[in-house]
Ligand binder design. Sequence first.
Ligand code: SF4
Length: 498
Amino acid sequence: MTNMFCFQCEQTAGGKGCVKVGVCGKKPDVANKHDELTCAMVGLARAAQGKTPDRKADELMMQGLFATITNVNFDEGRINELKNLILAEKDKLGGAADLATDALWQGDPDLVSLRSTLLLGLRGMAAYAWHAYVLGKKDDEVTAWFYKGMRALGEEHIVGEWLDLLMEFGQVNLKCMALLDEANTSAYGHPVPVKVPTTIEKGPFIVVTGHDLPDLKQLLEQTEGKGINIYTNGEMLPAHGYPELKKHSHLKGNFGTAWHNQQKEFDGIPAPVLYTTNCLMPPRPSYADRIFTTAVVGYPDIEHIPEGNGKKDFTPVINKALELGGWEEDKKLTGINGGSELMTGFARNTVLEVAGKVIEAVKDGAIKHFFLVGGCDGARPARNYYTEFVKKAPADTVILTLGCGKYRFNDLDIGAIGGLAGAFNCGVNELPLTLVLSWYEQKAVCILLTLLSLNIKNIYLGPTLPAFISPNVLNVLVDKFNIKPISTPEADLEAILG
Ligand code: SF4
């Protein structure tokens, strides 16, 4: 029996789709409400055609798409609230029909596949756009594309038109990522390389997870001088590289590993956890009273810190940290391979600063190849591939990484080659570079579409291929871009390095 339909993430049931209940814990009522919200946004996009929507409508477009990303919002009431706000904005614009929810996932499998790819890419881009927006950055072309893309979901297109839309979207997402980079670096400075400890010092502390840097910044300011230490978790780790965040001496280190270990890692810690974005797994009763959400994240009966005219009040989180008190002694924790320090901060500026050194190292033969091994982490044992790949990559190769996939190997000491990756006077496909990507949720979808729109070829993708890519669409991607599923680290390294 089908209660719901969702196939947007890598852990989808049976590699096909969640139809009874989400593997992520999403209940059918919530999944169906996500669909209704999505279809209401198609209605809003239709109503906005040829008009200038309010700022509020733009915000709702981003928030509505962001809220439906995997592991973001499980709260039916909050999703309903968003939907009602969207319907009100639609009415202000003169109204239009919503898309029928049946139309989202039904029809010719190739057209469903292409339509879903666009929708999931839009969800991913909404997260990036929202992070930039809360830092005061907005790009009119990006904003307009949310409306264009959502309208397209409700239109009939032939395969070639869908592919053109996907490539156009990939280029717009590139602009959105540049916007976010500009938002983060103008607010907090360019990241610098830093070693992040994994030991938790004695005394009260707060764990902050997700991706929202302004939330972390406000929490750091509100805990200043209160004897509470702050630890990042998951994708908040890169925050340590930003000078304006790093300068807070009570931003001490990183707690835990990737998102899928949270139920084990948060169980029993004497501290609250603040979720600023995904990935939220259903909290176990043993720690649910120590969990707080904010922004678009939501879970029933979990305390939510609301927006407050650009300023949030984290007093409930702070009081919980003081009440729980933390550990009595320093607690030595490690990464998944036993390492006690994690590197971060190798962002664009740092990399370009050593471009000359890197080019020399390639010319001298000290660097034979670059691998970008990154993306999302997940629970499947097959993801050990990425740890083994990095361990087995020869010493004269450079590993670059991004996303929470890095927790598979970021505590390993794999050595250094006098510098980092760099810029060469040739096309990306001519570089001695291979992208070995792990995907899980929808931000990976928009990044993949951007890479393809840049005509980047020979990407290795795993641990499984997306369920929403139909066999025919996959054939197109293989023919045009030579995308390959990962096999074994040994075979793939042999094929790449020859
Ligand atoms: Fe299933 Fe993933 Fe959708 Fe959750 S987000 S319901 S696990 S496909």
